[in-house]
Design a protein around this ligand. Structure first.
Ligand code: SF4
Ligand code: SF4
Length: 212
């Protein structure tokens, strides 16, 4: 059954702002869905999220690999569920981590990047999202974003090894982040792939935040 994902242009503008600020929370019309809480994901928690940390039993929190001291991750149980999910509801909803607030599975529907095959419940929800378009320009924006995502997926050879994210959610977020580069290119200033890759690398070196 289709799930209304909202106006595409509005979504894109909110998603770009959220990625730029690194603290944005997207209002996802999740309804009763809890797929991302049941999909074997590690939840990153920043040291500043003291109220959140107080809500979670210490035994469920681990030092985040590769990040400075104080950054934590919460794992999942043997069913792949977040341990804070109780009776199919987040038991710390008011204090849920920023990572959970920022997660927006509509990014997969928007970019066309496939969900990790180990996360079929999220993929099911993603397949149901239907964006609306207030104008032809809005449809063009959606096509441009899909072009940006396809460029990243098909042109890994133009980038130094290890520079492009490998996780689908991060790749999709990167496509949103570089949307402006493709929007400029599709407005007449078409660039060769190598030049686009160079512009993307410049964008990659700027501060960024990706979702879980
Ligand atoms: S999978 Fe998507 S719709 Fe479902 S809870 Fe997560 S963000 Fe909401
Ligand atoms: S903390 Fe809450 S919102 Fe976040 S993954 Fe766990 S149950 Fe879901």
């Amino acid at each position: 059954m289709p799930e209304p994902a909202g106006d595409f242009s509005e979504w894109l503008s909110d998603a770009e702002a959220s990625l730029q600020s690194g603290t944005g929370a997207t209002a996802v019309p999740c309804g009763a869905c809890t797929a991302c809480c049941r999909s074997s994901m590690f939840v990153h928690i920043n040291p500043e999220e003291t109220q959140t940390i107080q809500q979670i039993p210490r035994a469920l929190l681990f030092d985040a690999p590769g990040l400075p001291k104080g950054h934590l991750v919460m794992g999942y149980n043997d069913k792949g569920h977040c341990p804070m999910l109780v009776d199919n509801k987040c038991s710390i909803y008011e204090y849920r981590p920023q990572t959970c607030r920022s997660y927006d599975c509509r990014v997969f529907a928007a970019t066309g990047v496939p969900v990790d095959r180990d996360q079929p419940d999220i993929a099911h929800r993603v397949n149901a999202w239907m964006f609306s378009y207030e104008s032809e320009e809005s449809r063009r924006e959606h096509n441009t974003l899909k072009d940006a995502a396809a460029f990243l997926q098909n042109n890994g050879h133009l980038f130094p090894p290890g520079t492009l994210p490998t996780r689908p959610a991060q790749l999709a977020a990167l496509a949103v982040r570089i949307y402006g580069i493709f929007a400029a290119s599709s407005n007449g200033a078409t660039k060769p792939g190598a030049e686009l890759a160079r512009d993307i690398l410049i964008a990659l070196n700027e501060p960024q935040t990706f979702s879980k």
